[in-house]
Design a binder for this molecule. Structure first.
Ligand code: SAH
Length: 365
């Protein structure tokens, strides 16, 4: 196994143009004042972008014709250009490849379920966390995404859904998971900005329920603690993948910095502060982390904690020597966790065949 270096700070890159979704409501009013417009126009623009999901000059019919182009140019620039999308699961899973202003590529994945519509979004182009089983991790970190580049992925998904482009007719976006490319907590400030845009009530933001937004992290302990202080109640997911430090050091290299015990303590504090149960992500890798004794160790660790385990059948990535655990090992693992009274679910493998499942996003143009 090759070991890549851990990268916490993204390379410096030219920022994309400023966008409404980068700004707090107060900053939006200030931006409009700078443009010589009255501040109530900020609410009008926000209502277009976050509520009506409109963003083109000709759609802004409640604004004076003379201002439309100028305001769109100044505050609603096109940040994401679709390169292509691919569908599977009879059209209910759709992966989109986006090109950013500087040619950088990122992906997002939209999944329609019976009771919800989830979009899995990227927070960075590439990733610096170097987890050896993850496709994104193999390419290194290219750059951080801006707040608006993150939010736009969710808004684009909401537009597709509202337009009735998914089988089953028009539907509202209900869930957002930060499980696409990148380590969201390594792009902390912009990601927290994006969280506000997602959960702030309309017209300031999309008005999603906080618990319907999931922040997934390798376990950057100081950032988890900082997030607990934000006064948000988004769901936290921790990518544990091993209950013991020896194995986790290799599967999630950042474990050499913050170990299992510290990560779980930070997650416990997050749960105590927010009242929200957290999830433990565990990719089941054949003969690597799926042994009965590891299930018992995980069960002991989590028993009595406000945690729930989400097993992910490993999605093998190109060139990797690893494979998903056989069903039998998975069932035994579940049984042992259940014996420790730890709630456990198995994630479905949506989007596998279009390289759109967990850990497969690699954005090769
Ligand atoms: N950086 C964040 C988000 C990553 S993607 C994090 O690590 O949590 C979301 C989940 O998919 C993580 O738990 C990640 O470890 C997992 N994952 C990555 N590659 C995978 C693969 N090949 N098969 C299954 N899960 C994978």
């Amino acid at each position: 196994m090759t070991s890549l270096p851990l990268v916490f700070d993204a390379p410096k890159a030219a920022l994309p143009p400023r966008h409404l979704a980068d700004l707090s409501p107060a900053e939006r009013r200030a931006a409009l004042a700078e443009l010589g417009e009255q501040s109530f126009r900020a609410d009008q623009l926000s209502r277009h972008y976050f509520h009506r999901l409109t963003h083109r000059p000709e759609q802004l019919t409640d604004l004076p014709a003379a201002s439309r182009d100028r305001l769109c140019g100044a505050l609603l620039p096109e940040l994401l250009t679709e390169v292509r999308h691919v569908e599977t699961d009879r059209g209910t899973t759709r992966k989109t490849l986006w090109k950013l202003h500087d040619g950088t590529l990122v992906e997002s994945v939209l999944m329609r379920y019976r009771d919800r519509l989830t979009v899995c979004i990227s927070s960075q182009a590439g990733c610096g966390m170097a987890c050896p089983f993850c496709a994104t991790g193999q390419g290194g970190l290219k750059r951080n995404l801006s707040t608006a580049e993150i939010v736009e992925q969710a808004v684009a998904a909401a537009r597709v859904a509202a337009a009735g482009e998914l089988p089953g007719g028009p539907v509202r976006l209900s869930n957002v998971v930060f499980m696409g490319m990148g380590e969201p907590l390594a792009n902390y400030r912009r990601v927290v900005g994006a969280l506000h845009r997602l959960v702030d009530p309309s017209p300031d933001g999309l008005g999603l329920a906080q618990r319907s937004v999931t922040m997934s992290t390798v376990g950057l302990v100081p950032a988890i603690r900082r997030l607990a202080e934000e006064g948000l109640q988004v769901t936290l997911a921790v990518s544990l993948h091993a209950p013991d430090d020896e194995l986790r050091d290799t599967l999630v290299p950042v474990n050499t910095r913050w170990q299992v015990r510290e990560v779980l303590e930070a997650a416990d504090d997050y749960a105590a502060r927010t009242g929200r149960r957290y999830s433990i992500e565990y990719a089941m890798i054949r003969d690597v982390n799926d042994q009965a004794w590891r299930a018992d160790l995980l069960g002991q660790l989590l028993s009595g904690r406000l945690a729930h385990v989400n097993l992910i059948p490993l999605n093998p990535t190109p060139g990797s020597q690893w494979d998903a655990s056989p069903k039998r090992a998975e069932e035994a693992f579940i049984q042992r966790l259940t014996a420790h009274r730890v709630p456990v679910t198995v994630r479905d493998t949506r989007g596998r065949d279009i390289d759109g499942a967990c850990g497969q996003l690699a954005a090769n143009g």
